[in-house]
Design a protein around this ligand. Sequence first.
Ligand code: ING
Length: 304
Amino acid sequence: MSRMVIIGAAQLGPIARAETRSEVISRMVRLLRQAAELGVDLLVYPELALTTFFPRWYMEDEAELDLFFEAALPNPAVQPLFDAARALGIGLCFGYAERVDDGGNIRRYNTSIIVGKDGTILHKYRKVHLPGHAEHEPWRPFQHLEKRYFSPGMEGFSVASGFGGMLSQAICNDRRWPETYREAALQGAEVMLIGYNTPRHYPLAPEHDHLQDFHNHLCLQAGAYQNGMWVVAVAKAGCEEGCDLIGESCIIAPTGEIVAQTKTLADEVICYPCDLDRCGEIRKNIFNFKLHRRPEIYTHLTIR
Ligand code: ING
């Protein structure tokens, strides 16, 4: 009996800076109800799903910055999403800006959680690879200040058991780094859940702008195939506060094949019945780590 889990990708269109949490939550709940009609077991939303991608602006006022963060989860604004998911018996995965007050020591992370069908938080992940810059760079058409607003996650990549298999999470830029998938696969991950906000324009190399969709799927498909895992990648898409974000959210099989993909740059749900046992076609054969991998040779991989 194969281990089937119907995983959905809930792509979000643009979120305006002024959009309230409850307006965003009602959009997310609408997608959740569409997913329920499709029999989805686990629905994945993008990175920083609750707000606009605020690292595109330089802010000095911490009170203004903190408007984009959650001090705790769940919280009253987000509770309707948790309640709807529990009532529908659907698990969730979504990214948000996490503010931790450790006795006055404030830390901020780009975070994502997996929530079980019963509403319990099964896994929390803090983004490891923070792209962009830490200081205001006015030459850019928009900022990318993740290095200013977030601390890098220090817990690294991990796995959690849920939905009949082993799940892992990564966030946006993480998906470009092969280490992300291998770290998770070496811990037994069978599914990698990834949200992203990716501008089409990359100010440091505009000659690559036309390659953003290609690079997106290239990284995801390679990660899936080379590690024999399902990859679910979900965009915040469309023209958000004047910044064009790529879409093409997708579900990728352990063979590297894209089995489902969004067609719009708006709120859109896709899903696929993922047979977790199919990871074995890759992990027991071509990428059988125990038989074929040579870690004693890869001595440069973790040298700083
Ligand atoms: N965004 C982008 C990403 O890695 C980026 C940053 C854009 C990198 C375009 C390279 C090219 O997809 C986030 N949020 O990491």
